[in-house]
Design a protein around this ligand. Structure first.
Ligand SMILES: [Zn+2]
Ligand SMILES: [Zn+2]
Length: 81
């Protein structure tokens, strides 16, 4: 049983059915099922963009970033400036 499912309607469109889905919103990159949140530090806090397992860029254990963030800043963040 999946928490969310897609249902194809007779007219060809697709409806998203949520069965009490408490999961994350879709991956901000590909729209797939997100399982992580971006931990990239921003001036306002972490980015928190939802990311799926294949789009998230793991930079450390339990630390995942959007693939669009610059790597140089990751190094700075992880360096404990
Ligand atoms: Zn994705
Ligand atoms: Zn991000």
């Amino acid at each position: 049983m999946t928490p969310c499912s897609y249902v194809k309607l007779p007219d060809g469109s697709v409806a998203i059915v949520k069965h009490g889905c408490r999961g994350l919103p879709p991956c901000s990159v590909c729209g797939g099922r997100a399982g992580k949140l971006c931990d990239f530090p921003t001036p306002k806090g972490s980015c928190d963009a939802p990311l799926c397992g294949s789009c998230a860029r793991r930079v450390a254990p339990n630390v995942d970033h959007c693939p669009s963030h610059p790597i140089a800043q990751q190094a700075l963040a992880l360096g404990g400036a």
